[in-house]
Write a protein that binds this ligand. Sequence first.
Ligand code: THU
Length: 138
Amino acid sequence: MKEYTPRQVKEDPELIRRLYRDALKATENAFAPFSHFHVGAALLTRDGRIFTGVNVENSSYGATICAERTALVKAISEGARTFAAIAVVSQDGEAWPCGICRQVLYEFSPDMLVITGRGEKALETAALEELLPHGFRL
Ligand code: THU
């Protein structure tokens, strides 16, 4: 079975674009009646599955869940545990993961590649552990 690593994804512009497109498509399902900031994420497992997620806001604002954590929770509950990359995008452009999402993603794969950008031709990548140096692990 093919194994996807962060390094392979970084060297595969077509796969990076595919994840970006999946994340952008997912924004159509975002539930963001309060912020009107529609976010989508596409999370690639090391075994090649892609789980998408959207932000799901709530009248009790603190109960809101970000797109990245929605995708992660979907993946974990389907048995996935290790990840190669995540693309995150809002309908307004790039969306680097918030601090809580960085920590939650870090639990599973500190080396995963994070992809975002203002459009297919302006994508940026960074390793999660660059975005969250010295992340917390028990
Ligand atoms: N949001 C995400 O879904 N991901 C991020 O990385 C940043 C913020 C959502 C949360 C909230 O629904 C909206 O964007 C505005 O903060």
